[in-house]
Design a protein around this ligand. Structure first.
Ligand code: AMP
Length: 169
């Protein structure tokens, strides 16, 4: 099978072509990245200008409670480096962000005793993104029957207790 694959001109042409296309797409995405507006609310959180109720932080990422949770335990994970959407972040940083999202999701799931959970990521205002700094939402349970998006503020004292559970999970 190995020899056949290597000697079938069609297969090797397609493979080569796909690779070039992928490389070009990545270059384009980085070259034409959406301009970053550093007055967005998550940039302010990262600079410490406004508070957040954090559950995890290291040099690369910050995870904190969504102040308008769609369900108890709704947590956000953001990279510290600026990027607006999924297409604007460098692939290595995206991989690192997903790695941290998995770490935090494990803690959220355990702390909330959730049977299932949803990872959500919205891109651009037409895609429903309201804060233009890339982030992953971690939501216990299903997004399909969650509360309204970014609509009802939760009591910060209550959120702090939920955050403590997640930090200790
Ligand atoms: P998105 O619409 O995907 O950009 O999600 C932005 C999320 O950020 C929404 O779920 C909001 O409830 C949440 N949010 C907005 N402001 C803050 C804030 N200051 N602290 C924590 N979460 C926030």
């Amino acid at each position: 099978v190995y020899i056949l694959l290597h000697w079938t001109p069609h297969t090797s042409y397609n493979f080569h072509n796909t690779k070039i296309t992928q490389d070009k797409t990545m270059t384009d995405a980085i070259t034409f990245a959406t301009p970053y507006d550093d007055s967005n609310i998550f940039a302010k959180i990262l600079r410490g200008e406004i508070p957040s109720i954090s559950v995890f932080e290291n040099d690369d990422c910050l995870a904190f409670m969504d102040i308008m949770p769609q369900r108890e335990g709704h947590t956000l994970v953001i990279p510290k480096r600026p990027a607006v959407t999924f297409l604007d972040i460098e692939p290595d940083s995206l991989a690192n962000l997903i790695k941290h999202t998995q770490i935090v999701a494990r803690a959220v799931q355990k702390a909330m005793n959730a049977d299932g959970f949803s990872i959500v990521q919205l891109n651009g205002s037409k895609g429903g993104q309201t804060v233009p700094h890339i982030h992953f939402h971690i939501l216990p349970g299903s997004i399909l029957n969650a509360g309204a998006h970014g609509a009802i503020p939760s009591d910060p004292e209550h959120l702090a207790k939920v955050a403590e559970k997640i930090r200790n999970a």
